[in-house]
Design a binder for this molecule. Structure first.
Ligand code: ZN
Length: 328
C-alpha cells in the first residue's frame, strides 16, 4: 500500500459525509476524481452539461453503453450512488465568469476536471476569493499536470499568467486513456490531503506517461492575484504631532492619529475629530497659514507636494508654529 493509499484509507472515516467537494466536469478526469472521492466518503457536487458518447466509454469508467445519450450528470450520479453509496448533487451548466459562484456552490474544496483552460482560471479565482482550496488538473496525450492551492497563493495565475488561445483541449488533442486515470487519481489524492489539513501547496506536478515519470516544480512564494475585498485602498495611519500652543484645540492631546493618503486628507480628518482646529492652520482658501510649518516625516511639505504630499502608513506629521505665530 502506498502512502497515498494509506492516507486515502484513513480519510474514509474522517471525511464521510462531513466534506463537500465540487467536481467541475464529469468527463475523462471527472470520472476517476469522482470515483476516488466517493470511495473516500466525500459528498460530491458534480457540474457538467455534456451527454455520454461512445468515444467516452474507454476511459470514462462510470458510463456503460446503456448510458449513451444520457446526460453525464445523471449517469455518473446513478453509478456513484449504486457502487459507492455516495452522496451526489448534480448541477447542470458550463462554468463561466457570470455563474461561477452559483455553479460551484458552498463547498469545502473545488476541483477543475474540465480540461478547459478558462475553467481552470475560474476555479483558481474562486478559491482565492473564498479562501478555500482548489485542485486543477489537465492532460494532453502523454503529459499530465496537477496543481493545487490552499485558498491562497502561489496560485494557478502565478504559473500561467492568462489562458493562451493556442491551448489544445483534451478533446481536440487526444488523450492516452490511462493518463486520465493517473492524473485524476493524483487530483483526488491532493484533494483528500487538503481536506485533511495538508497545506503543502505551491508546486506543480507534471506526469510524463511515456517516461512514466512524475516531477514536482515548486513555485516561488508570494502571489498578488487575490481579489481585493474592499474596492478602496486601505488608508495609511498618520500620527499628527500637535504643538503645545495648539493642544487646547484638540482636547490637550499631543498626538492625534488619523487615516489619510495625503496631508490635506490628514488635516481634514483632524478637523473632523476636533472641529475648529483647521482654521488655526489654514486660511479661508484652504492654504497653510504663513506662520505654520508642516513637516511630513521631518521634511517641510513646502518642498514636497505641499498639501498634496502623499503619506505612507505610519507617517508622522509635525505642526510647527513660527515664533511670531498669530493664534495665541
Ligand atoms: Zn497567484
Amino acid at each position: 500500500m502506498t502512502a497515498a493509499m494509506q492516507r486515502e484509507d484513513r480519510s474514509v472515516e474522517s471525511l464521510r459525509g462531513a466534506r463537500r467537494v465540487a467536481v467541475i466536469g464529469a468527463g475523462g478526469l471527472g470520472n476517476p476524481v469522482a470515483v476516488a472521492l466517493a470511495e473516500a466518503g466525500v459528498a460530491l457536487r458534480l457540474v457538467d452539461d455534456d451527454r455520454v458518447e461512445l468515444s467516452n466509454l474507454p476511459r470514462q469508467v462510470l458510463f456503460t453503453t446503456a448510458d449513451l445519450g444520457r446526460p453525464k450528470l445523471e449517469a455518473a450520479r446513478d453509478a456513484l450512488v449504486q457502487r459507492f453509496g455516495a452522496e451526489v448533487e448534480c448541477v447542470t451548466g458550463r462554468l463561466d465568469a457570470t455563474n461561477r459562484d452559483a455553479l460551484i456552490g458552498e463547498v469545502d474544496l473545488a476541483i477543475d476536471a474540465t480540461d478547459d483552460p478558462a475553467a481552470r482560471f475560474l476555479v483558481n479565482d474562486w478559491g482565492l476569493a473564498k479562501g478555500r482550496p482548489v485542485v486543477i488538473g489537465g492532460v494532453h496525450r502523454f503529459l499530465g499536470m496537477v496543481f493545487a492551492h490552499a485558498g491562497h497563493g502561489p496560485c494557478f495565475r502565478c504559473l500561467f499568467e492568462e489562458e493562451g488561445p493556442e491551448v489544445e483541449t483534451c478533446a481536440a488533442g487526444g488523450v492516452l486513456g490511462p493518463m486520465a486515470g493517473w492524473v485524476g487519481h493524483l487530483m483526488a489524492e491532493r484533494a483528500l490531503a487538503l481536506l485533511n489539513g495538508d497545506r503543502d501547496t505551491g508546486y506543480l506536478t507534471t506526469l510524463d506517461g511515456l517516461r512514466r515519470r512524475a516531477r514536482k516544480v515548486r513555485l516561488p512564494d508570494g502571489c498578488d492575484h487575490a481579489p481585493v475585498s474592499s474596492p478602496r485602498k486601505p488608508m495609511a495611519a498618520i500620527h499628527i504631532k500637535i504643538p503645545a500652543s495648539l493642544r487646547k484645540f484638540v482636547a490637550n492631546l499631543d498626538t492625534v492619529d488619523v487615516e489619510s493618503e495625503d496631508v490635506r486628507g490628514a488635516l481634514d480628518a483632524l478637523e473632523a475629530r476636533h472641529p475648529g482646529v483647521k482654521s488655526k492652520l489654514c486660511d479661508d482658501s484652504g492654504n497653510v497659514r504663513r506662520f505654520i510649518n508642516i513637516y511630513a516625516n521631518s521634511e517641510d511639505i513646502r518642498f514636497l507636494d505641499n498639501l498634496e504630499t502623499r503619506l505612507v502608513d505610519g507617517a508622522e506629521l509635525q505642526i510647527v508654529p513660527a515664533i511670531a505665530g498669530g493664534w495665541y
